[in-house]
Write a protein that binds this ligand. Structure first.
Ligand code: IMP
Ligand code: MG
Length: 181
């Protein structure tokens, strides 16, 4: 347990466990479609995971280009939820193999939107890597190709993920369990 900003945070996945999984995932990614590979990190939540995963990919000999897209969803948790592009990528994705990286796969709407967008734009192949999969919350039939950890149905923070803009800087994934005395 750690106290950060006056809150107790229990570790769910330590920095060491995450680093180990990132190496394993990078090895899996290397044996997938990687011709003219373009990595697209979905901001903001995936920035730390993407930074670590692409370096683990480098260690396997992969040399991807890297892009960023900022997406936001409105009406979260409702069936009317829509995903919007806040800031788009700059690259032409036509004919390219894309690896989409996000922090958490929950309902699946964010990644489904992103995958369909890239395929509509002519991407050759779109695969998905997520650090965490909250399977019980799925509202689409979307599946990730590479999953760090199957995540219990808790709201998690750290390693890029926030609650009300806090805790992105933590090097581990944790759960806020209450106020520190
Ligand atoms: P989806 O569109 O429902 O799959 O939403 C996934 C997005 O919701 C992730 O990219 C995160 O930004 C956010 N999210 C879902 N669960 C959590 C959580 O436990 N902590 C922080 N962000 C979360
Ligand atoms: Mg997100």
């Amino acid at each position: 347990m750690q106290v950060v900003r006056g809150k107790k945070i229990e570790t769910l996945y330590s920095a060491e466990e995450i680093a180990r999984r990132n190496s394993e995932m990078a090895a899996q990614i290397k044996s997938g479609p990687t011709k003219d590979l373009l990595v697209i990190s979905i901001l903001k939540g995936s920035f730390i995971f993407a930074a670590d995963l692409i370096r683990a990919m480098h260690a396997t000999g992969l040399a991807p280009e890297v892009e960023f897209i900022t997406l936001s969803s409105y009406g979260k948790g409702t069936t009317s939820q829509t995903v919007k592009i806040v800031k788009d990528i700059d690259s032409d994705v036509h004919g390219r193999d894309i690896l989409l990286i996000d922090d958490i796969l929950e309902s699946g709407r964010t990644l489904q939107f992103a995958k369909e967008l890239l395929l509509e734009r002519g991407a050759n192949h779109v695969t998905i890597a997520v650090l965490l999969d909250k399977r019980v919350k799925r509202q689409t039939d979307l599946e990730a190709d590479y999953v760090g950890f199957e995540c219990p149905d808790h709201f998690v923070v750290g390693y890029g993920m926030d609650v009300a803009y806090a805790f992105r800087e933590l090097p581990f994934v944790g759960v806020v369990t209450g106020d520190a005395e």
